[in-house]
Ligand binder design. Structure first.
Ligand code: SAH
Length: 347
């Protein structure tokens, strides 16, 4: 089968043999690219219409106990200027977000054990008490099952935890010895089992990643059936061991997004900040490749200028209102609109 036939088959059946997925990932000419992204876009529109869900991210701490080789807030980066937001600062970020229309708050941070399980519960409860109609998403890394259960009981709705890669050896290349793919997957299984709308995902073009690794990730995700999938290009950070590694290819990232949409049609698929950093209109290209979520930053200035995962990260200085306005205008220019609703999973 030629690549156009493979794309048509993927569109119809939602799956292809590993070798065929690899072929689509390796490269497409412009006609094939348009065919793939068109199929993915139509699939997304058939389920979600031309709406793009908007979520507000609050980056509440850049302290982290982990030492992931790609990440700017890894614990051994002594040049990272560390901060933590208090519960009140987090609440006022949500308050500002609420007034701007956000109905999902994503609390993201390094793995900062300064916030105990009961601290996280208190923060979640306070947000849910004040705005019961809003969804709370946590993105705080690996915790115990009982911790995850307690946040869920406190009202957390969703959890994002990328597997980063589905190959144990590649996982070991990216992470410190204290971390393992097995534990990452244990966390993802627990989260889903507890009842969270669960998100996994990968970086595209992380050092050492092969096309076969991406295929493995696609097959893992097809099997896991997450509610959300975060996919963005790797971008180096100057104060990490991967400082001199090349950034991931944005075209490849867009192909991965489109293939993901065709393999898991209902999934909530953000057009990520990293994609928007890699290419100036990256977030729009992501939507046109089948993504349907955008997550602007609503972190107060004190935090957002310090939460730097990679070089050139966008959204670290802008103002949320301006950002929202630009996203709304940009979406309108391609015939889409920003949907500020909760946007729960339809799985
Ligand atoms: N501590 C949380 C949140 C991590 S930051 C957790 O472990 O889940 C969110 C995501 O940013 C990570 O999952 C990773 O995929 C991405 N990220 C980190 N460093 C990056 C880099 N240099 N380039 C692109 N994405 C990066």
């Amino acid at each position: 089968m030629d690549k156009k036939q493979l794309i048509a088959k993927l569109d119809r059946e939602g799956i292809l043999p590993a070798d065929d997925l690899a072929q689509l990932l390796r490269g497409l000419d412009s006609e094939e690219t348009e065919l793939l992204s068109g199929c993915a876009r139509r699939k997304a529109v058939s389920l979600y219409g031309k709406s793009v869900y908007i979520r507000g991210i609050v980056e509440f701490t850049n302290y982290c106990r982990n030492d992931c080789r790609y990440c700017g807030i890894r614990c051994s980066n002594t040049r990272a200027d560390r901060y933590r937001l208090s519960k009140n600062e987090i609440l006022s970020a949500c308050e500002g977000g609420y007034r701007s229309g956000f109905r999902t708050f994503v609390l993201q941070g390094g793995e900062d054990m300064h916030y105990t399980d009961s601290d996280i519960c208190e923060i979640v409860k306070a947000i849910k008490d004040r705005w019961p109609e809003c969804a709370v998403t946590l993105s705080i890394g690996e915790r115990s099952r009982s911790g995850y259960e307690s946040y869920y009981a406190a009202g957390a709705d969703r959890f994002l935890l990328r597997q980063e890669t589905s190959s144990p050896s590649h996982y070991a290349y990216l992470h410190p010895e204290t971390m393992s793919l097995a534990n990452r997957k244990r966390c993802l299984d627990d989260l889903k089992d507890i009842g969270y709308q669960t998100g996994c995902g990968i970086m595209v073009g992380s050092p050492g990643q092969t096309i076969e690794n991406i295929v493995q990730d696609l097959l893992y995700m097809k099997d896991f059936v997450p509610h959300m999938i975060g996919i963005g290009p790797f971008i180096p950070h100057k104060d990490t061991p991967f400082a001199d590694e090349p950034a991931g290819d944005a075209g490849l990232c867009l192909r991965v997004l489109s293939i993901t949409r065709l393999m898991l049609p209902k999934v909530l698929l953000p057009s990520t900040t990293a994609l928007g950093t890699a290419v100036s209109d990256g977030r729009l290209q992501g939507i046109l490749a089948g993504a349907n979520v955008i997550m602007p930053n609503i972190t107060p200035p004190r935090g957002r200028c310090r939460y730097i995962l990679y070089d050139g990260q966008i959204g670290t200085e802008g103002d949320t209102q301006e950002d929202l306005k630009r996203i709304g205008d940009d979406l309108k220019s391609i015939g889409y609109f920003a949907d500020m609703g909760r946007g729960d999973s339809i799985m």
